[in-house]
Design a protein around this ligand. Sequence first.
Ligand code: NDP
Ligand code: MG
Length: 390
Amino acid sequence: MHKVQERRNIAVLGSTGSIGRQTLDIIAEYPDLFHAWLLVARSSADLLIAQARLMRPHMVIIADEQYYEYVRDALEGTGIEVATGSAAIAQAVTAPEIDTVVTAMVGYSGLESTIAAIKSGKRIALANKETLVVAGELIDRLLKESSSVLYPVDSEHGAFYQCLVGERMQDVEKLWLTASGGPFRTLPKEQLATVTAADALKHPNWSMGAKITIDSATMMNKGFEMIEARWLFGVMPDDIEIVVHPQSIIHSMVAFKDGSVKAQLGLPDMHLPIRYALGLPDGRLASDCRKMTIEDMANLTLERPDFDKFPLLGTAYAAARTGGTAPCVMNAANEIAVAAFLQDKIRFTDIFHIIDKTMAQARLIKRPTYDDYVVSNDEARAFATQLVQS
Ligand code: NDP
Ligand code: MG
């Protein structure tokens, strides 16, 4: 007889963002399987309130304390608990009622709560790739000591996961990580210095939050994803090859030692990998979503990435090979540089220089502890901030 599954209680960290909103769509699509138990945002108070009224979570957290009373008053009488501050997030994810934590916060801010979720043995649907970029070594160690599992939400890593089902890692030759190439794929290198934030925010295939959209334009995102794959699948950086695929239909591929290659395809819609991750480990969730047609697959092209025009690809490989706190420093400098670029304070190509200079001066700590990451992140951010201002 078919086992009746209990509803899974889900914590959505970053529910008001691009991944968070799409996660709530999937939760709403399967009300018998999922319940949004905890919603977390930073400062989008009105959207958080609207989501809470609709989804009826047990608790909401607004990280920015200045909105706490506003959210609390708006939800008075609903029975929904309201809390504030980042310590409250790390505390709340450990609640025994929570089964799955979707980490859809952006940047370094996701690290602390992801660690808390791992330590309390949660199933984690990982969108916040920066967690693995910053502290992959530590997360890897913590996962080995915990019953927690990480399921990828990132579309490329969802593709690797699907291609690897039923395979042995020793049979894998390499991972082919696909990249759209971003909005500047065909722009001459000399013109990169003059592109604006508005230009960079026009991603050809994916609609995403502002920070990851800029990371896609610089291709830092692909460097991050290489590091993310390195930790998720236990492979070395040089076993991962980036391939530009402008249509974003092939979500990634795995090449095996017998000469076979498996690819996973789908429309460029993040609902798909989120739906897949939330279905794990039980199986796929049937959906009325738009399905692929022959026309969608009729013109697929692949090309090599341009490491000269997009130097952060090489930077990411170098940081991954060095290990220790090097990727943490790269991530911190990138966060500062991207925020400055979005505010039109620096040029696009200054992002490359700020990351290079910050990494060149940072001291490297091998086998870092959590506190080492905190210090490296703080120091790198301070240094990069000075560079932005100079
Ligand atoms: P968005 O900027 O759209 O959303 C970020 C979310 O995190 C918002 O809900 C935001 O709240 C919240 N948040 C940000 N900082 C904090 C904080 N300090 N404390 C609590 N909440 C916070 O980002 P995306 O959804 O685009 O990306 C989220 C993550 O998923 C990133 O790590 C990204 O790399 C990854 N990812 C995204 C993809 C996409 O398609 N968007 C694809 C693959 C991975 P508020 O609204 O209040 O600011
Ligand atoms: Mg991706």
